[in-house]
Design a protein around this ligand. Structure first.
Ligand SMILES: N[C@@H](CCC(=O)N[C@@H](CS)C(=O)NCC(=O)O)C(=O)O
Length: 330
């Protein structure tokens, strides 16, 4: 019997719950290992970078980075597929997956560490997860250290006093669009989860457990909250829909991606190329400034590579053009 995949992850890590949700959907034998002191030695054998999730394959190879992890396993375990058969829809799903990982993370991370109530709750939860056997004093000390470290990191993803009202408005608008879209379907592309669902729900699930974003989601997006929970144990409940059925409520989501995420990630990549240490991009709601993020430029290049493969798919160009996405992808 081959040994199962092992996922070193954290309940507080959006990329970890994303990968776990994928393994659960595919019913691939796996063990979830909450990252902590009890598995430090084992984790270090597989982790090239000190991040979660880190997955150990049945052959004892360590793999990292949630998108390539899923793509690699999907290439071996093809059924049930997380990709719609229609190549245009498949690309849209890949676009939303990338959007979830990068933009969704900004919305979640900012709110998790910006207000006192969120930073306090998150640091305490993380401290307890990292010190499962710790006494109250050591957990409180750990929570203080985590809070200091994470609050100091906010500016990496654009979290700042000036951006705070903008990011809160981005979050609310996204919840409204998803609430409408999920009113009549269980997953983003129909009755079964696609790549998009894994990327976006991981971030929004984490937002849902935090005080500020969770309250907003309960009040404003109950269907979104249901979907976040559904995505913890996603199932094959029926077919993917076609573009005709998805378009009325998915086109506005793509339009949001074309108005916020793609201009932002494009400006970010240009800033890195130019070697500047800050950039400002005009987004709806007002100018948004932050230091450039290295990882995003790489993942934007990967997304453009996927578009180059998919660009001949019937209907795709027209959908992306109408949503204001096309110019950023070619
Ligand atoms: N791009 C990576 C991101 C992984 C990542 O950023 N993980 C965070 C937790 S969500 C982490 O481990 N950060 C290291 C730290 O907090 O020290 C992925 O998709 O897996």
């Amino acid at each position: 019997m081959p040994q199962p995949y092992r996922i070193f992850g954290s309940e507080m890590s959006p990329y970890s719950v994303k990968v776990r949700s994928y393994f659960r959907f595919k019913q691939i034998p796996h063990v979830w290992i909450p990252r902590g002191p009890d598995n430090d030695e084992d984790y270090r054998r597989f982790a090239r970078l000190p991040i979660v999730p880190t997955v150990a394959t049945p052959d004892d190879e360590g793999i990292q980075d949630s998108t390539p992890i899923i793509e690699r396993v999907e290439a071996i375990c093809t059924q049930p597929s997380i990709h719609p058969a229609d190549p245009a829809l498949r690309f849209l799903s890949e676009l939303i997956e990338e959007f979830g990982d990068e933009w969704g993370n900004k919305l979640m991370f900012h709110h998790r560490w910006h207000a006192d109530v969120d930073a306090e709750a998150s640091s305490r939860t993380l401290a307890r997860l990292l010190l499962p056997h710790g006494d109250a004093i050591s957990v409180a000390e750990k929570a203080r250290a985590i809070r200091e470290r994470m609050t100091g990191r906010g500016h990496f993803v654009g979290s700042s006093q000036a951006n705070a009202p903008l990011i809160t408005a981005y979050y609310g608008e996204l919840i409204d669009l998803l609430e409408t879209h999920l009113a009549s379907r269980r997953y983003l592309f129909g009755e079964r989860p696609a790549f998009a669902d894994f990327g976006l729900s991981g971030q929004l699930y984490e937002a849902s457990v935090d005080p500020t974003c969770g309250a907003e989601m309960r009040a404003r997006g109950p269907k979104v909250l249901d979907w976040c929970h559904r995505m913890m144990e996603p199932r094959l409940d029926g077919p993917f829909e076609d573009w005709g059925a998805l378009a009325p409520t998915m086109a506005p989501i793509l339009n949001y991606i074309g108005r916020y995420f793609l201009p932002w990630t494009t400006a970010n990549a240009r800033t890195l190329e130019a070697g500047a240490d800050n950039f400002t991009v005009d987004l709806p709601g007002g100018p948004y400034s932050q230091p450039p993020q290295k990882y995003h430029a790489r993942s934007l290049a990967a997304l453009k590579g996927k578009y180059a493969q998919a660009m001949g798919a019937p209907g795709l160009r027209a959908i992306l053009s109408a949503a204001g996405c096309l110019d950023y992808l070619q």
